[in-house]
Design a protein around this ligand. Structure first.
Ligand SMILES: Cc1ncc(C[n+]2csc(CCOP(=O)(O)OP(=O)(O)O)c2C)c(N)n1
Ligand SMILES: [Mg+2]
Length: 363
């Protein structure tokens, strides 16, 4: 009996604006000047705040953090495509997206200074705080989408962000399976930045793409140039429209690169070359978007200079807020383990607070 083909399985690669400035007009999304400027300014603010934070860390004025430089486009452009009714569920490198969702720059600084108050996002922003446990945010996102479905909430979707490393975590696969079986409005955005700390993509997976992993769950999958904000916006907007229309989840693999260290505790020179990094600097997302706006005719050197000055002012303001934020509650994390106080958590809180007293540790 001849073998019967079950069906072709597709993964499309989408690029709208390449690193040389070539534009695919057929795919160009219709974004207004105001939207483009907002996107570009937010990505620039994320870059500036990131670089300033790196200096603060080296001066011992803030704790360790994972820089987002070079990876501003996937979270910012997806957030631009989202509405206030959508939920934004991130890992730890989506600073540009948080800014786009309206979280003040200082929150990120304060959170990385060890103050949990920085992670307190106003509920109306529908944005979860950063999540360090690799992949664990995916079931959270699917849970939110499932709750919305049960409540009959329409026109809302959930975008969940994670890295290439998270694709090896079981939780992501369990989340994708449930999202597909229940046809939930979830956008899975995988930021493939080529590295999971020192583990390169080729050791992470033998798959040609990360997008194809979603096909096993019958989830439409796209690979996009993750340094091309226009491509990310286009694919994310279509995915959100489908989700809002009740057509279920989408998986987007955004191909990008972590231009800096994994966190400030890491030294990339131990596992990759400067030449490799330089190749990716040529494809970085900010210059690409700026060139596009210049060719559109509305972005000038004067506007660029004014924006840079404005962004620097905003970052300095965040630094002032960071340095003014003292005396915050060190035991705040114990507050939010459960919705209400719990005896064993209170015991742990008391033990923790006792350990902070100056006489503790003298034995
Ligand atoms: C469950 C779990 N295992 C290990 C770690 C330690 N860790 C933090 S980030 C990271 C690599 C994550 O790589 P990727 O998902 O590609 O995200 P990226 O850091 O590249 O943005 C690891 C192993 C963790 N936080 N959580
Ligand atoms: Mg990675």
């Amino acid at each position: 009996m001849p073998a019967r083909e079950i069906g072709p399985f597709h993964v499309q690669y989408v690029q709208v604006l390449d690193e040389h400035g070539n534009l695919d007009e057929a795919l160009e999304p219709s974004l207004s000047e105001e939207q483009l400027v907002r996107l570009y300014r937010t990505m620039t603010l994320a870059r500036e705040a990131d670089q300033r934070m790196l200096k603060l860390q080296r001066q011992g004025r803030i704790g360790t953090f994972g820089p987002c430089t070079g990876m501003e486009a996937p979270s910012a452009a997806t957030a631009l495509a989202m509405t206030d009714r959508d939920w934004f569920v991130s890992a730890f490198r989506e600073y540009a997206g948080w800014l786009m969702r309206g979280i003040p720059p200082a929150n990120h600084y304060i959170a990385h200074n060890g103050w949990e108050e920085g992670n307190a996002v106003p509920a109306a922003l529908r944005t979860l705080p950063m999540n360090i446990i690799v992949g664990s945010q995916a079931p959270h996102a699917v849970g939110i989408a499932y709750a919305m479905k049960l409540k009959g909430e329409k026109d809302s979707a959930v975008a969940v962000f994670f890295g290439d490393g998270a694709t090896s975590q079981g939780e992501l696969h369990e989340a994708m399976n449930f999202a597909s079986v229940w046809r939930l409005p979830v956008i899975f955005v995988c930021q493939n930045n080529q590295w999971a700390i020192s583990v390169p993509l080729r050791k992470q997976t033998a798959s040609r793409t990360l997008a194809q992993k979603a096909i096993g769950y019958e989830i439409p999958a796209f690979q996009v140039d993750g340094n091309d904000a226009l491509a990310v916006y286009r694919v994310a907007k279509e995915a959100l429209d489908r989700a809002h229309a009740g057509e279920g989840p989408t998986f987007i693999e955004a191909v990008t690169y972590r231009l800096m260290m994994h966190t400030t505790s890491d030294d990339p020179r131990r596992y990759r070359t400067e030449a490799d990094e330089q190749e990716w600097w040529k494809k970085e997302p900010l210059g690409r978007l700026r060139g596009y706006m210049e060719r559109k005719g509305f972005w000038t050197a004067e506007r660029q200079a004014a924006m840079e000055a404005d962004v620097k002012r905003e970052v300095e303001e965040a630094v002032k807020q960071l340095e003014a934020a003292t005396g915050m509650a060190p035991d705040l994390p114990f507050e939010h383990v459960y919705g209400e106080r719990h005896e064993s958590i209170e015991e742990q809180r008391a033990e923790f607070l006792a350990s902070l007293r100056p006489e503790a540790g003298r034995g």
